[in-house]
Design a protein around this ligand. Structure first.
Ligand SMILES: *[C@@H]1O[C@H](CO)[C@@H](O)[C@H](O)[C@H]1NC(C)=O
Ligand SMILES: *[C@@H]1O[C@H](CO)[C@@H](O)[C@H](O)[C@H]1NC(C)=O
Ligand SMILES: *[C@@H]1O[C@H](CO)[C@@H](O)[C@H](O)[C@H]1NC(C)=O
Ligand SMILES: *[C@@H]1O[C@H](CO)[C@@H](O)[C@H](O)[C@H]1NC(C)=O
Ligand SMILES: *[C@@H]1O[C@H](CO)[C@@H](O)[C@H](O)[C@H]1NC(C)=O
Length: 577
């Protein structure tokens, strides 16, 4: 019970800090404020370079091909590795425009936001003969529309009065109804693929991923709350509960499963591809909908991840049945995990993984898709970097929680790498091979929905000042509203805000020591944290916990274990692999 309460308390403080910490930042160093403004403008230029090129050369098709300045109608290709069943007569759904809507609002471009809404409401149609991936379509298209609808109708009057008549919500509901037949299976777990016009196709594959059936609840839940039609939320919830019932005795999950038999196909999993957003949505659904059930699921799943997948700051994969390690790989998608840990309150663990991931980013200039930790080398084929946002996302969350200016420098380095290696005349191009920085003719829509957005928010978070938002796995903001909470958990009702302000209590939960809630640390206002020193403590030899080898590291004060030197050169409780 105690860890539960404690982790939850941490969560409360962090949620509050996201909206109130700015009050304390008035003493922010002028130099940093200037740098942040300059970097924000740099990110704004990046976004418009990507956006304007898309609008000029690809719109209303799905995505831009920046090298040839043409387009690709890629919605039906997303997640479709073998490019099967591609449509013959599909002219795109303006995917990149839909994905850009919330970024336009965050960057303060209400006129373009309104222009886009009007175009979409007059032209977007989902009655198209295209087989699409349920997960991708949900996070990109449904999530993009639902989030933009909320931003178009909130109290800020962004749009010319009367111009908006819920057109985006009507489109979202039409799309939602077209997705529902996918859930018509004996288990309630949805098919991975559905044709928007004809429903589930004959002989459709019954294989799907954990993310594919476990990360639909934010978008489908929001759609139900907004339309009053409970079918969307109910389908997503039913699938999530079924998936939850398939966990192993170790509280672990596999990566792929069969939606008809409800049996696992791939038993090895980690926190990366195929699983990542499942964990993310358990937690975020708890914040958005306030259900204790989501919290209980997340808590058990999180503890199991830290126990079976974590190795120092790294995460490997393990077999769900035995907990035995399977693959020792850093994948680019794993870089979102520290951001989620910040929301949970596990800032120390988030910080240490983020440092190591950023080290790999700096080593190559960008983050390669797959890096073999046991051999400290690139995966022989997965050497690409498709403009992914995850490291920027974690950097944004860590800066929100700590205001440590080091994360601003990380953001600056990410921005500079993106401009140096991926910017071309016609937009931003993915990288095919990080060893040669050879380009690929593709600008993914998530570069506008996520990469640019998180970098912008890192340098300018004014969008977050008066409202708490949770970002979907595609970076689309959903507000935290008490009206959406079935029963607002007591921990979220700030009865005494002065209390939080005055004490400036910072509690740290650390999974690094496998304790969800170790000794609390009282922040004494800038002069550093007061740790209780123990008898076995031996300080690290060099300043800032930096090291060249294990000899530079001391003995940990909390558990008396010998610290060692990580790949990025920091002392900690890493074990050698
Ligand atoms: C797609 O575009 C082509 C060429 O303009 C047109 O002939 C076709 O009817 C369009 N298809 C649909 C489904 O709109
Ligand atoms: C909004 O976006 C459009 C299209 O890129 C651009 O022409 C306009 O200058 C932008 N407005 C603002 C205020 O940034
Ligand atoms: C579906 O599978 C059956 C049995 O293998 C086959 O006879 C039928 O032609 C297939 N249908 C399609 C549309 O591929
Ligand atoms: C993150 O880790 C570095 C290196 O160990 C340390 O200097 C820094 O204070 C940590 N920051 C937070 C917020 O824990
Ligand atoms: C709020 O907390 C402060 C500090 O603990 C206390 O002095 C004050 O009386 C509290 N106010 C209310 C309304 O409970």
């Amino acid at each position: 019970m105690l860890p539960h309460m404690c982790l939850k308390w941490v969560l409360l403080l962090l949620l509050i800090s996201i909206s109130v910490l700015d009050v304390y930042s008035s003493d922010e160093n002028h130099v940093w404020a200037t740098k942040k403004r300059r970097m924000r403008e740099k990110v704004r230029r990046m976004f418009y370079h990507a956006y304007d090129n898309y609008m000029n050369h690809a719109f209303p098709h799905d995505e831009l091909k920046p090298l040839t300045k043409t387009f690709t109608d890629s919605l039906s290709e997303l997640g479709n590795l073998r490019l099967e069943h591609l449509p013959h007569d599909y002219n795109g759904s303006a995917l990149t425009l839909i994905e850009s809507l919330s970024s336009l609002v965050i960057m303060g471009n209400n006129t373009e936001f309104e222009r886009a809404i009007i175009w979409l409401s007059e032209n977007l149609k989902f009655n198209v003969d295209a087989r699409i991936n349920l997960f991708e379509c949900n996070i990109r298209v449904l999530g993009g529309l639902v989030s933009a609808h909320i931003l178009a109708t909130d109290s800020t009057n962004r749009l010319v009065q009367g111009a908006y008549k819920n057109q985006l919500l009507i489109l979202a509901e039409d799309l939602g109804k077209r997705l529902l037949p996918a859930f018509d299976t004996p288990t309630g777990l949805p098919y991975a693929w559905i044709n928007l016009k004809y429903g589930v196709m004959e002989n459709e594959t019954t294989e799907t991923s954990t993310s594919g059936c476990g990360s639909l609840i934010l978008e489908m839940g929001a759609l139900s709350r907004l339309t009053g039609n409970p079918r969307f939320e109910s389908a997503a919830l039913h699938a999530l509960r079924k998936l939850w019932s398939m966990r192993s005795s170790l509280n672990l999950f596999g990566t792929t499963l069969d939606v008809v038999t409800g049996e696992w196909i791939e038993h090895s999993s980690g926190i990366g591809a195929g699983v990542d957003s499942f964990y993310e949505y358990l937690f975020k659904a708890h914040i958005v909908f306030g259900k204790e059930e989501f919290w209980r699921m997340f808590h058990s799943a999180y503890v199991a991840v830290q126990k079976y997948f974590r190795h120092g700051p790294w995460y490997h994969e393990a077999d769900m049945r035995t907990g035995k390690a399977t693959y020792w790989q850093l994948t680019s998608l794993q870089a979102f995990w520290p951001g989620l840990q910040v929301l949970v309150g596990d800032v120390a663990a988030a910080n240490s993984s983020h440092r190591e991931f950023f080290y790999v980013w700096e080593k190559f200039g960008v983050l390669p898709e797959r890096y073999l930790l046991d051999h400290q080398m690139l995966h022989p084929t997965e050497k690409y970097y498709p403009l992914r946002p995850e490291l920027a996302e974690s950097t944004f969350h860590l800066y929100q929680a700590t205001k440590d200016p080091w994360y601003i420098e990380v953001g600056e380095s990410i921005v500079n790498s993106l401009n140096l290696y991926t910017k071309v005349e016609g937009g931003f191009a993915s990288i095919r091979d990080v060893t040669t920085m050879q380009h690929e003719d593709h600008q993914h829509s998530f570069f506008l929905a996520e990469t640019c957005k998180y970098l912008y928010l890192l340098f300018d978070d004014s969008f977050l000042v008066n409202q708490n938002y949770i970002f979907t796995t595609e970076g689309h903001p959903i507000p935290v509203l008490s009206a959406w909470h079935e029963r607002l958990p007591e921990a979220y009702i700030p009865t005494n805000w002065t209390f939080v302000k005055k004490e400036k209590l910072v509690r740290q939960a650390s999974a690094m020591s496998m304790q969800v809630c170790p000794a609390n640390t009282l922040d004494t206002g800038g002069s550093g944290s007061q740790h209780v020193k123990s008898a076995c403590h031996v300080a690290d030899a060099r300043s800032n916990h930096r090291c060249l080898s294990d000899e530079d590291c001391g003995v940990d004060s909390t558990n008396c274990r010998r610290r060692s030197c990580s790949m990025a050169g920091y002392c900690g409780l890493w074990l050698s692999i």
